[in-house]
Design a binder for this molecule. Structure first.
Ligand code: GLN
Length: 317
């Protein structure tokens, strides 16, 4: 196994192509495991016969396997992008309206909201993302366009856009998010109309991107705040460390402890089956497999990241 201490985390000493090929080989026997997100019709129909993975180094090299160029619904991975937009607009004031603690509850849980008077536990559970969406709506003239511009620029793919079928499906099955937004509004923690907040939230969830797009889109979290595509400073270095900390503690919902234990990298999952992860100063990556475990995280994506951490010896710990 690679010994990161010995060679001072020299990425070039890792055969990343071979490592992800090995992982790709290993997952083949397990295709079909898990369940596609059932509560959004258009996601439930996605077959469980494909897996993709992409790694983008801070030096700009791309390694990919399987269906790494197949677009899928990014769902809650978008919560990283909207959090970045919100922090850019209002900075630490955001934390008056959303907390930064792990929830230990499912991503769509409402239960803590009443005890904690409408202040969501963290920006990565749905409740927190709705408040973040509200901040983005209040801060940008055209919030939807600002989000699209952001993901397109960060990924270098001008074709990234929302999938209208997924968006409709979200809306049609959105009872819980509708309830949650109204509940938060009742505590005065949404400035905009509930419908406007939900429209923006559904837009962000329905964005379609592939593993390479997504790995690139979070490269600023690996590169001291700098975009891997344009080189622009997206957030300060300090802010990139903070977002990584939140991903580590809350990015995979009530499995965040387990992820820290087995993977040891900041990560954010979505019920479309994608998971992005960050190796600070070295690379950003994305896995995709639509079969989910009972916490709503991609089953083979999780396995792949665990194996990646084992085979590379990379973990922030
Ligand atoms: N659109 C999904 C929802 O709001 C996103 C959840 C997720 O990816 N975990 O329920």
């Amino acid at each position: 196994m690679h010994d990161p201490i010995q060679d001072q985390f020299d990425v070039s000493s890792l055969d990343l192509g071979e490592i992800i090929d090995t992982i790709h080989g290993e997952v083949q026997a397990r295709l079909g495991e898990g369940k596609a997100a059932g509560y959004i019709d258009s996601l439930a129909a996605v077959p469980l016969d494909r897996f993709g993975m992409a790694v983008v180094t801070t030096g700009g090299e791309v390694f990919e396997v399987g269906h790494s160029r197949q677009r899928f619904s990014i769902q809650s991975i978008s919560k990283v992008h909207t959090l970045t937009l919100a922090l850019d607009a209002v900075g630490d004031d955001l934390w008056r309206r959303v907390d930064r603690e792990p929830s230990g509850d499912p991503f769509n849980s409402l239960i803590q909201l009443e005890y904690e008077k409408g202040i969501p536990r963290n920006p990565f559970m749905n409740a927190g993302a709705l408040v973040v969406a509200d901040v983005v709506l209040s801060s940008y003239d055209d919030a939807g366009q600002a989000l699209l511009d952001f993901v397109r620029r960060r990924s270098g793919n001008p074709e990234v856009g929302s999938d209208a079928v997924v968006e409709r499906s979200e809306r049609e099955s959105g009872y819980r998010n509708i309830a949650m937004a109204n509940f938060i509004k009742s505590y005065g923690n949404l400035e905009n109309d509930v419908d406007a907040v939900l429209d923006f939230y559904w837009l962000q969830c329905s964005l379609g991107m592939d593993c390479v797009d997504l790995a690139r889109s979070v490269q600023y979290l690996a590169k001291r705040g700098h975009c891997g595509v344009s080189g622009e400073q997206v957030v300060s270095y300090e802010m990139s460390t903070r977002i990584n900390a939140l991903m580590m503690t809350a990015g995979t919902y009530d499995a965040a402890g387990d992820f820290a234990y087995y993977v040891g990298l900041p990560a954010k999952s979505g019920v479309g089956g994608g998971i992005v992860a960050v190796v600070p100063h070295m690379m950003s990556l994305c896995t995709w497999y639509p079969g989910l475990d009972d916490k709503g995280n991609s089953l083979l994506g999780r396995y792949a990241l665990h194996r990646f951490a084992q085979l590379t010896g990379l973990s922030v710990f």
